[in-house]
Structures are given as C-alpha cells and as structure tokens.
Design a protein around this ligand. Structure first.
Ligand SMILES: Nc1ncnc2c1ncn2[C@@H]1O[C@H](COP(=O)(O)OP(=O)(O)OP(=O)(O)O)[C@@H](O)[C@H]1O
Ligand code: SF4
Ligand SMILES: [Mg+2]
Length: 349
C-alpha cells in the first residue's frame, strides 16, 4: 500500500469569546496529531463527543485553518502536496480528490434544491462537465447508490433518512474522489438501514478504489468496517492500531473503557456489558496536566499526573499507544469471554 495522506504534528486551537475579567479563552481542540492514511484502507477515528473528530476531518479538507502542523496529500507515488500551505484558489483542484460526507443528511442537503441539482452542484462548481455529460454523470452516480433516475426531480424531504444519506454519498462521489471522509455517516440511521449504508460504502469502495476516513463514536460499526482504528481523547491520539489488534488487546486504558461499553448480543458472556463509558470527560479548556486521561484512568500512577506519555509503537508492532504502561498493562479486549475473534463476532451480528 502507498501513503495517501499524512497528518503531521497538527494542532488546532479555537479562540472563544472573552471569559471572566474580559480575557480571551483558548480551547485546544487538537494537540499534535500525527497519523497516516494508506491508499485503499478504511481508517476509523473514534472517541467520545467533543474529542475533536469532526475538527480533524475539517482540518484535513481545509474547511478550517490549522493552528500548527501540516496536512500532506500524496496524489501519486513521488508527489506530495501540502494542503495546509495552499491558498483557497490553489486548494480548489485538490478538493475534488478529498470529499466529506456528513452526519445529518437532512441538514447537509439543501431542502430547496432538487436531488439532481444537489448532486450536480459540485460538478458545476468545479466546472468539470456540461449538459449531457453532466446529466449522465449525475444519474449514473445516483443509480450506483440506489436512487433511481425517476426520483432525481424530487426534493430531499421526499426521501427517507437512509435514502438521503445515499444522496449525500452520491454528492461526494460524483467528483470521482480518492479519499472520502465519512463523519458519523450512519449514526443518525436505524440499525437495519445502517447495515445497508455500510454495505453500500464497502461496495463503492471496491468499485471506485476509494480510501475512507470513517469517523464514528460507535465501535461496533467501526469493527465492521475499519482496517485500522485511531482512538482520540481530548484532542489527542491515544491509540492507533489495526482493528483486530485493538479489539483483541487494547494497549490504552481509554480504549479498554470504550470496549467495555460496547454492547454485544452474546449469550455466552458472563456479564453483560455496560452501555455507558465510565467517568466524565473534563472540559477541553481546562485540560489535565500529564496524561490527558489520568482523571478517569483506573491504572493512573503519580507519574501520570505530571508527565505526558508519547504515542509510540508497542514492542515494535503496528500498534501504537500513548500510555506510560502500555507495554505492561494487561488490558481486556472485546469479546474476550466469548472466545471468538472480534471480526467473527462483528460479522455474525
Ligand atoms: N468553531 C468552533 N469554535 C469553538 N469551538 C469549537 C468549534 N468547533 C468545535 N469546537 C470545539 O472543539 C471541540 C471538538 O469538537 P468536535 O466537533 O471536533 O468534536 P467531535 O469529536 O466531532 O464530537 P461529536 O462526537 O459530538 O461530533 C469541542 O469542544 C467543540 O466544542
Ligand atoms: S499514562 Fe497513566 S493515566 Fe494515562 S492512560 Fe496510562 S496509566 Fe492511565
Ligand atoms: Mg463530530
């Protein structure tokens, strides 16, 4: 596999309105994020609400300026484009290659536009093709996501949630992108519709040779679709590992906590899993010193309160974690009581 995108030491701060005594407050939404996306993989980004998943996606598509660091796109072997160094005009052609699908298909689709125009709009903005060719491209893309040609004159409200998400996917795919960032793309859908849209995303990936960054708070969905998982906590990457390794044996206590809350339908389990993640997330504007997770960590020691652990490879494997004790802690994976591999269980559901 070749590298498609690199995120290097990326930090993003938001400046909030004046707080007490008229002082400006800063919020560190992302802190020194490093990750790489390989061509053809599905990389999931997971973590609780507010950990910075959407902000990271928006920084990657340059919808938001970064405070520090770089996003580098590698369109082909030997070519690197630093997206974060480009002006609005310079970045426009690369926006065709990297597209984002949003969580709420109702609010991300213009209710006053017909489906045809919603999907045609990116082609018009990028002046890709005209009239007949444009019409053919829009209709064939909509058909590929399961929206029939006779429905293209309707408005979004005439479609179900699952169909609207299909239209959002068509809008992203019509430009023939290389990388698609799906931000909670199935979270608003019923479980059965979720499965259909996930299967559609898998099929489209194979057909168009796509690479996905799949943002989700749902580890069950992530286990189903992702090759690799990046776990974020308070704007930091705390673990980055191939899906199977992460589910079998997490190396960061926060990942263990997330897996513990993963509901699974398995009658052989001794204890049912809790569906909530234990503890409260600290306010981002008042982050703990040392390890960002120490206020919730059941394994925290004195050093955790003062020293921040670096993200590093564990025992030379593809699994990276940012915990002082990642090599020695014996953390519980998902399904460990059931004796099945994580993948088997996800696909059996
Ligand atoms: N434009 C903004 N101005 C100020 N703060 C912001 C802005 N956008 C995001 N934030 C803050 O940055 C942090 C990260 O937000 P973000 O939306 O990236 O989280 P998330 O992981 O996507 O959460 P969720 O799972 O709820 O979608 C949050 O504390 C959020 O309030
Ligand atoms: S460094 Fe300490 S507080 Fe942080 S995750 Fe590891 S054990 Fe927990
Ligand atoms: Mg979000």
């Amino acid at each position: 596999m070749s590298r498609l995108l690199s995120v290097e030491n990326l930090s993003k701060q938001f400046t909030l309105g004046s707080g007490l005594w008229g002082k400006e407050r800063r919020l560190d939404a992302l802190t020194e994020i490093n990750l790489e996306v390989e061509a053809g993989e599905t990389l999931a980004i997971v973590g609780e609400s507010g950990c910075g998943k959407t902000t990271l996606g928006r920084c990657i598509i340059a919808a938001q300026p970064v405070t520090e660091g770089r996003v580098v796109y590698h369109p082909k072997a030997g070519q690197s484009v630093e997206l974060t160094a480009l002006s609005k005009r310079e970045i426009k052609p690369w926006r065709q290659d990297i597209r984002m699908i949003f969580q709420d298909p109702m609010s991300s689709l213009n209710p006053n536009m017909r489906v045809f125009d919603i999907v045609a709009e990116p082609l018009r903005i990028h002046k890709i093709c005209k009239r007949r060719e444009l019409e053919e491209r829009v209709i064939s893309t909509l058909e590929k996501v399961g929206i029939p040609a006779e429905a293209v004159g309707r408005f979004p409200h005439a479609f179900s949630g699952g169909q609207r998400q299909r239209i959002g996917i068509a809008r992203a795919l019509v430009l023939d992108p290389k990388l698609v960032i799906a931000d909670e793309a199935v979270s608003a859908l019923d479980v059965s519709i979720q499965a259909q849209v996930l299967n559609l995303l898998e099929d489209l990936k194979a057909e168009f040779g796509l690479t996905y960054i799949f943002i989700s708070h749902d580890l069950g969905v992530v286990n189903y679709i992702a090759d690799r998982v990046v776990v974020m906590y308070l704007g930091h990457v705390v673990e980055n590992a191939p899906t199977e390794m992460l589910f079998e044996r997490p190396r960061h206590p926060y990942t263990e906590l997330l897996l513990e809350a993963l509901p699974i339908a398995d009658p052989t389990r001794r204890k049912p899993r809790k569906s909530e993640v234990r503890g409260e997330i600290p306010y981002l504007g008042n982050r703990p010193t040392g390890c960002p997770f120490h206020t919730r960590c059941r394994y925290a020691q004195e050093i955790c309160r003062s020293d921040k652990p670096a993200l590093r490879s564990i025992n030379g494997t593809a699994q990276q974690a940012a915990c002082h004790f990642a090599e020695t802690l014996d953390l519980k994976g998902a399904y460990e009581d059931a004796g099945h591999s994580a993948r088997e269980m996800a696909h059996a559901q």
